[in-house]
Ligand binder design. Structure first.
Ligand SMILES: C[S@@+](CC[C@H](N)C(=O)[O-])C[C@H]1O[C@@H](n2cnc3c(N)ncnc32)[C@H](O)[C@@H]1O
Length: 312
């Protein structure tokens, strides 16, 4: 065992003095921890002002309204969570997206109002500010509002804007998570998204950034040992292929594209990164789709493992 020499000052101190030093040290440490907690709290509250939390589960009326951002899952109604189902059955009004399957909506309370607020790609009938305004207006009438979003509301779901709008009006909010499209794509492939020793990192990214934003660092996104699940990537296939190749990702990285994951129209197309754009074009791959690109730590064996195939 290693021993350390005691300082002469410590060695000469009487027990009462030693106890005093320990107590002072402990108090100093506590003061420091309290300051750190205050700083963290201030930092968090600065961007997310506190609001009453509530849940659509509660049976009492919600006089101040409530907005629940509910994940509808990737399509199949039996991938809804029980909590999402309860919210649908308690809602006064449901604002739903383009990708929400009618089968999911069929589970809503019969008397619930259903309002479509879907954004068709490139169209702007329901710009985000208008959606923020209508959900807030409904909640301010004391309604239980369900904002039903495909997949998980917190993944490429514009949840931040809607939460902020609700919080500005002091409306209680909650997020009910859902099965995200990448999970459904993995299930459709019958293959894990992370494979021990090969891909120990999963990156969820969008193929379509906000106009004017800096281009993502594609090389950093797909380092060896990564599975990249790209949302909203089909229309950008040529750019994605070119950027990843330019960033040094080998053209033999395997690509699996799952469209309409979990739905009746589910379809799988596979290829290597070097033929991504051509495959999307030739196979007529449609949205919604997830592009799964794998760059394992070990050897790449794209064509050997994944010959081009179609399912459905
Ligand atoms: C605006 S994002 C919404 C993502 C959603 N919040 C989620 O967690 O899955 C829309 C994109 O999600 C992907 N997506 C949604 N549903 C899908 C499905 N059933 N199959 C494949 N991709 C899907 C597509 O890339 C689509 O363009």
């Amino acid at each position: 065992m290693k021993t350390f020499p005691m300082s002469p000052r410590l060695a000469g101190a009487d027990p009462a003095t030693l106890r005093g030093w320990v107590a002072a040290g402990r108090e100093g440490l506590c003061r420091m921890l309290r300051a750190v907690l205050r700083a963290l709290d201030g930092g968090l509250n600065a961007s997310h002002p506190p609001v009453a939390s509530a849940t659509c589960d509660q049976t009492q009326p919600v006089p101040g309204g409530l907005i629940s951002l509910v994940g509808a899952g990737p399509g199949a109604a039996d991938l809804l969570t029980l909590r999402a189902l309860r919210c649908l059955q308690r809602a006064d009004v449901i604002f739903y997206d383009r990708l929400v399957d009618p089968e999911v909506l069929a589970h809503a309370r019969p008397g619930a109002e259903r309002i479509y607020v879907g954004k068709a790609v490139g169209a702007c009938d329901w710009p985000q500010e208008r959606i923020d305004a209508v959900i807030v207006a409904a909640a301010l009438q004391g309604k239980r509002v369900v904002r039903l979003k495909s997949g998980d509301p917190g993944i490429f779901g514009r949840a931040t804007e809607e939460l902020a709008a609700a919080r500005r009006h002091g409306i209680p909010t909650e997020i009910v998570p859902g099965v995200t499209a990448a999970s459904a794509a993995g299930a459709a492939l019958g293959r894990a998204l992370t494979e021990r020793g090969e891909t120990d990192r999963l990156v969820l990214a969008t193929g379509t950034c906000r106009p004017g934003d800096d281009a993502p660092d594609w090389g950093a996104m797909l380092m060896p040992g990564t599975t990249l699940a790209l949302y909203m990537g089909v229309s950008q296939a040529a750019r994605i292929e070119a950027n990843l190749l330019a960033a040094g990702v080998p053209d033999r990285a395997s690509v699996e594209i799952v469209s309409h994951a979990s739905g009746a129209d589910q379809r799988i197309v596979t290829c290597c990164l070097g033929t991504l754009a051509r495959t999307v074009r030739r196979q007529g791959v449609e949205n919604p789709a997830i592009i799964v690109i794998r760059r394992p730590k070990g050897e790449l064996s794209c064509s050997a493992l994944h010959p081009l195939r179609r399912v459905g």
